[in-house]
Design a protein around this ligand. Structure first.
Ligand SMILES: *Cc1c(COP(=O)(O)O)cnc(C)c1O
Length: 353
């Protein structure tokens, strides 16, 4: 793929690496390419990060036909750029696109575009402990029309944002509210796709849980409101009686790359890991019997997020005495050490640029 590069007239000042936050600062350049029916993906371009020009009728603004990904680039101690299983993100982007009737991209071309962008923006990859450069590839419908049907024009873009340490005040457990009124996804719906509307649909529940003092919601299944699905933008794991269990990929759960990596890591350490349907009651019962050892979420942003409390409106359980569980801590250290190039990468997960 031949990428056109348009130079920026001037470069921005880099933000303070100790106060990055998440998704607040954007780098100097972005990648963009367009799809037109009959032409396919054309005009791959790296150009200065700038606002887009869209028609008010652009389909994305009305019907939400859009998919996205999220991954991180880390700087190793030797100054190399490291990516964690990046091909998985682009393959998943195509899976999401297929569900949303968005044309597929060539995974190798998209990865080459990302590598080129990272090469140009090398100085933007923060080196301060816990920081990384978050990569956001996304595709949206951009036809200038108002009918509800698939678009004849799409845009694929990659933008970059340096992000701070997720646990700036130390690795610590979160309180989770079990959502029993709103649902995130239903069988046959789009829960397995990383598509815009899933997040729009989750904001109200998240907002209400925050007001009650919780940091995220635990979603239950959309039919019976009985089975555990996932947490906010993380998959969820439970350690019960020494066994690790996580909801199976049932079509309404996002297939997390961190989830898959955690399963492989645990199995390689001899843990019994089971992917199956999990009833909320089973978890609360296990807690009552003293058999619920740990609960944690997994996702690119936090990597591992230990859960210290799970609550519904009428029941509350404290997990691992509200402290970080041993397994959560071990998984966090192991994964972040592999991602940062500190520990050997025995699974072949890390791509070095
Ligand atoms: C992105 C995401 C995850 C986590 O996926 P990773 O590949 O581990 O980052 C889990 N659930 C939802 C709903 C997500 O959007």
């Amino acid at each position: 793929m031949n990428i056109t590069i348009i130079k920026a007239k001037s470069l921005k000042e880099k933000p303070d690496p100790k106060a990055l936050g998440f998704g607040k600062h954007f780098t100097d350049y972005m990648f963009e390419m367009d799809y037109f029916d009959g032409k396919g993906w054309i005009n791959p371009t790296i150009k200065p990060y700038e606002p887009l020009e869209l028609h008010p009728s652009s389909l994305i603004l009305h019907y939400g036909q859009a998919v996205f990904e999220g991954l991180k680039a880390y700087k190793s101690q030797e100054g190399k750029t490291l990516l964690f299983r990046p091909e998985q993100n682009f393959e998943r982007l195509n899976i999401s696109s297929d569900r949303m009737c968005i044309p597929e991209i060539n995974v190798n071309d998209a990865m080459d575009a990302m590598y080129k962008l990272l090469e140009i923006e090398n100085d933007w990859i923060p080196t301060f402990e816990g920081t990384s450069l978050y990569i956001r590839p996304f595709i949206f419908a951009n036809e200038n029309a108002l009918g509800v049907s698939t678009s004849a024009h799409f845009k694929f873009m990659i933008i970059l944002t340096p992000v701070g340490a997720y646990y700036s005040e130390g690795f610590s457990p979160v309180k989770i509210y079990v959502e029993q009124k709103y649902v995130r996804a239903v069988p046959g719906g789009v829960g397995m796709a990383k598509t815009a509307g899933n997040y729009a649909a989750s904001i109200k529940a998240q907002y209400e849980a925050k007001k009650k003092g919780y940091s995220q919601v635990l979603w239950l299944d959309g039919c019976e409101h009985k089975y555990v699905e996932e947490v906010g933008t993380m998959n969820v794991f439970f350690k019960v009686n020494g066994e690790v269990i996580t909801p199976e990929l049932n079509g309404s759960i996002l297939s997390g790359i961190t989830r898959n990596s955690v399963i492989q890591l645990l199995k390689s350490e001899g843990y019994k890991v089971t992917e199956r349907r999990i009833e909320l009651k089973e978890i609360f019962d296990a807690a009552d019997k003293g058999e619920l050892d740990e609960v944690f979420g997994t996702g690119t942003a936090a990597v591992i997020s230990p859960v210290g409390e799970l609550a519904t409106d009428d029941k509350k359980i404290t997990i691992s005495d509200g402290k970080v569980g041993k397994l959560s801590q071990w998984l966090y250290n192991e994964l972040t050490d592999i991602q940062n190039g500190i520990k050997p990468d025995k699974f072949g997960w890390v791509k070095t640029l």
